[in-house]
Each structure stands twice: as C-alpha cells, then as structure tokens.
Design a binder for this molecule. Structure first.
Ligand code: DHB
Length: 307
C-alpha cells in the first residue's frame, strides 16, 4: 500500500499538501481532511492574523510557479482552536509553525503543542525581516531557535529547510540538526527569490518585492532531490524525511523515495489542479510500484543507485 510512517506516526497515504497550498482557512483544511490527502498540513502561522501581500502574489507557468504570499494566515490561536476538529478527519495533522521574529516561534510552538497536532513542522525557511537572511540560512540562529522550540514541543518535531546548494552548507546544517533532537525533516521550501518575466508585457508577474518570489514546481525538482539525498546520507536514513519540490506525477514521487523520502508534499500542482491531484498521484504511484515489484514505500526508500 501507499501508507507510510514518520516519527512513529502512521499516515494512511504518502501524499499530502505542502504548507501554503490550499491550507489557510477552516474550509480549506476541512476539504483536505475529506480529500485523499494522507495528512492535513496547516499554513505557516504567525502570532497575529495576516492578509498577506497585495495580489497578484502567485503565478503558475508551464515549468512551475513563483509566489510571494506574505504569510496570509489566521493567526496561531485560530489554528490551535481548529486542531481538535481537524484531527477528527482521521489522518495526521501537521501544524506549520513560523513567526515574524525569533521570539514568536516558542510562543506559538507552546500553544500549538498544547492543542496536540500529530506533528509540528518548524518552518526555518519563511520570509523574514527585510535585510536579514531567512533563519535557515543562518546556522547559529537556527540552532538557537530549534533548542528553544524543542523545550516546549512534546509531539514529533520536524524542521522545514530551504534548499542548500553547497555540501559545506548541508554538513553545517546537518550538525545543527543533529544537536537539536529533530524527529523529521521536510526538504525543501521554495527556491528563494527567483524572478519570472513576461516578455509580452515586458513586466514581472507578481506584485510584491518587485516581482521576486519563491520558485516551486517541476523546475526545482533536481534541487529538492539533491537536498533529500544529501540529508538522507548525512543521517544514514535515521531521521525520516518528507520530500517536497517538483512532484507533478507518480514518477516524481518515486524519485523522492529513491533519494530517501518517506512521504511527499505537493505545492504547485495542488494549487494548479486542486484536491483531485491526490487521487491521480496515488493511482500513478501505485501502478509504478506494482510494475517495478515494490510492495511498499519502505522497500524503495533510499535505494538510489550510484554509478
Ligand atoms: C510564505 C512563503 C514561504 O516559502 C514560507 O515558507 C512561508 C510563507 C509566504 O509568502 O506566505
């Protein structure tokens, strides 16, 4: 079957939404609960509710997507209140915890932990204070923050990381993760600060930040696979990994599993196709595993061959 386990939590399916995709409002989260998604992942939350950036703030194109949403969300209190209802959907609930500054994270994490989601994802790769790099690109800040949130989180704690492009950065963040009692990793967040140009209009395609935004979809798949593989090797498979980035079909998911993922999250193609994408991906992956003679995800996980 396509069930999977992450940090001791059983998931009825290996496909779920990526944080940010169709998961801001109560209606969206309950719709994920009724869908074939294997879990419900919340939008990354802040202290106060936010409308987010001016529109257009998301743009899909054939190779992927670009967005600069600006953390539109209901605020952590609303998500804490919603978690019991979401859990009654009968699949794991993953709360994505963020913040506008370092001190916000432990406050939110403690209150959300009290609502008992099945897992918490700490988002170290969300848009931050202008002039400062995102926390995930600052190893010292990452370690400080993870040690603070770990103290208040009793459910399995995961870390969502940005993509890294140099093995020295994988090693440095691997050391941080290894010191912070992290139960799972989610790799990767969007490839930051790309720029998509519409040559016809001679203009950018999203309004915030002069058109700069996080890239997702097909075009980032090799970056995502590299990060899944790098961290799978650093931890010799002993920290479970959720693979996120560039999954459009069942073959893409299989590639993530070969690199070491135990489950996968869907962003761009969920926004583009809607909730029906989960049924399609399940059908495609099931057919591929059957054809290849794999009976479960764990039978192919990490088994990528090197030449
Ligand atoms: C947003 C984008 C991200 O990549 C992220 O991790 C969190 C929030 C946003 O713009 O809303």
């Amino acid at each position: 079957g396509l069930s999977t386990t992450i940090a001791g939590v059983k998931f009825p399916g290996c496909f779920m939404n990526a944080a940010g995709a169709l998961c801001v409002t109560r209606d969206e989260l309950l719709a994920l609960g009724r869908s074939k998604a294997g879990a419900i992942v919340t939008k990354s939350m802040t202290m106060e509710p936010r409308h987010g950036n001016p529109e257009p703030r998301y743009y899909g194109f054939p190779g992927g997507s670009i967005n600069s949403m600006g953390l539109p969300n209901l605020g952590y209190r609303a998500y804490a209140d919603l978690i019991p209802e979401l859990k009654r959907c009968g699949k794991p609930v993953i709360a994505s915890v963020a913040g506008l500054c370092e001190d916000d994270f432990p406050t939110i994490a403690e209150a959300i932990n009290a609502a008992q989601p099945d897992l918490i994802e700490v988002n170290l790769s969300c848009p931050n204070i202008p002039g400062k790099p995102q926390i995930g690109y600052d190893a010292e800040a990452s370690e400080r923050l993870l040690k603070r949130v770990r103290r208040v989180i009793t459910v399995p704690m995961g870390v969502k990381l940005p993509p890294y492009f140099d093995p020295a950065h994988h090693d440095a963040m691997g050391k941080v993760i290894g010191r912070c009692d992290v139960d799972f990793l989610n790799l990767i967040n969007s490839v930051g600060n790309g720029l998509v140009v519409d040559p016809e209009r001679e203009a950018v395609v999203i309004k915030p930040k002069g058109g700069f935004g996080g890239l997702g979809g097909t075009l980032i798949k090799p970056v995502a696979l590299a990060n899944v593989r790098a961290f799978y090797k650093i931890f010799q498979g002993r920290i479970p990994i959720i693979g996120t980035g560039g999954i459009v079909d069942g073959v893409d998911a299989f590639e993530h599993f070969l690199c070491g993922a135990s489950a996968v999250q869907i962003g761009t193609v969920l926004v583009e196709e809607g909730l029906e994408v989960f049924g399609r991906l399940e059908t495609e992956l099931a057919a591929l595993l059957e054809k290849k003679g794999y009976r479960a995800i764990e039978d192919c996980r990490g088994k990528l061959k090197e030449l």
